[in-house]
Design a protein around this ligand. Structure first.
Ligand code: CA
Length: 361
């Protein structure tokens, strides 16, 4: 917004020391070369943008030792490289076992066993969040287990440093500079102290692995002590996960979905989670969609979906040759958390297995 334009608290550039802040508009761009000797200067540029969004000079000046973390750039490029490596002139190679391979890797029996133990340990905190916010306990467990291995892996990178580094690197500058500014807002509001503000190489924090923007939007105080502690307090961890899901549309009367089989060929265009592709169970059934497994558990889920007259979408992550799923809006909610079909299917199946193993929702 131009009327909130550049506001110079320090008018005479020659007189600016590093301890004085000037504020920059959110659309300001950095025009010096992205070379390591300019990194500290770039950090000042990001701080000036944070000042433009109301972060105080005292908060900004207290954040020293924001360092360039080469490892974060390497990991980010590795991730981008995997997506870009294929020859763009050739059609993408689809692995019909993509979902299965992914599930074999992330959803092991050991993980389900650990989830069962943790479930009983954390029952009061799970109950609290589940009842107050309307998300089944098994899904809170599944997200907690996948995101941080039940709180065990939270990452120990200095969050301001990795966010500044990834913004400076430039591949996703808009995203990471916004996260840097929101991390500064977290410090300004005293949600966390700098030395404890640790996270993954991409800046995801705590047992929920929230980015700063998600923290500011969805973190919740589950034990009513005035703090939203996603790092150490399980009441806050589960309340935060549940607040995220319920805010983006979770319905605890519905399961995520069921695995299906197509008894007659269906055009790939019928699948997808766009609004205009939703149908009721009867319509899908008439088009040749059937339950893949006729177990009591799958029948119970299908009954919940059909008796609620839920909108359902057909999802085929590995295209024609791969597995197919009929999913509720809850699945779309999981995609809001992480835009990967593999991830969303793994959370749904993990929740099902947790529920089955503990014998209760
Ligand atoms: Ca709390």
């Amino acid at each position: 917004m131009m009327n909130k334009a550049v506001l110079l608290a320090c008018m005479i550039l020659a007189g600016c020391s590093s301890t004085q802040q000037f504020a920059l508009n959110e659309n300001a761009t950095y025009d010096k070369p992205r070379q390591l000797h300019n990194f500290d200067d770039y950090v000042q540029f990001l701080k000036a943008k944070a000042a433009g969004q109301g972060v105080s000079a005292s908060t900004l000046n207290r954040q020293n030792n924001i360092r360039y973390i080469q490892k974060a750039v390497d990991l980010d490029r590795q991730q981008a490289g995997r997506a870009a490596r294929r020859d763009p002139s050739k059609p993408p190679v689809i692995n019909p076992n993509g979902v299965t391979n992914y599930l074999n890797r992330v959803l092991t029996q050991n993980k389900v066993d650990v989830a069962e133990r943790r479930y009983w340990e954390q029952l009061p905190a799970l109950e609290n969040a589940s009842k107050k916010l309307g998300v089944q306990k098994s899904y809170l467990m599944a997200l907690w287990g996948m995101e941080s291995s039940f709180g065990y892996y939270q990452g120990n990178y200095d969050v301001l440093s990795v966010l500044a580094t990834l913004a400076f690197d430039g591949r996703r500058e808009a995203l990471f500079s916004k996260e840097f500014i929101n991390a500064m807002k977290m410090l300004e509001r005293d949600h966390i102290q700098r030395e404890k503000m640790l996270g993954s190489w991409a800046g995801a924090m705590g047992q929920t692995q929230f980015m700063p923007t998600s923290y500011l939007t969805y973190a919740a105080d589950g034990n009513n002590d005035g703090e939203k502690d996603i790092w150490k307090n399980h009441y806050d961890v589960f309340a935060s996960i549940a607040t995220y899901l319920s805010t983006v549309g979770w319905d605890d009367k519905l399961p995520w979905g069921v695995e299906v089989t197509l008894i007659q060929p269906m055009d790939l265009n019928e699948s997808g989670i766009e609004n205009n592709k939703k149908r009721k169970w009867r319509d899908w059934q008439n088009k040749g969609v059937a339950l893949k497994h006729n177990s009591a558990k799958e029948l119970e889920k299908l009954t919940a979906l059909s008796s609620q007259n839920a909108d359902l979408w057909l999802v085929r992550p590995d295209k024609e040759a791969g597995r197919a799923f009929l999913v509720s809006n809850n699945y779309r909610t999981l995609l809001n958390w992480n835009r990967s079909n593999y991830f969303a299917v793994s959370i749904g199946m993990f929740a099902d297995r947790i529920q089955q193993q503990v014998g209760t929702k």
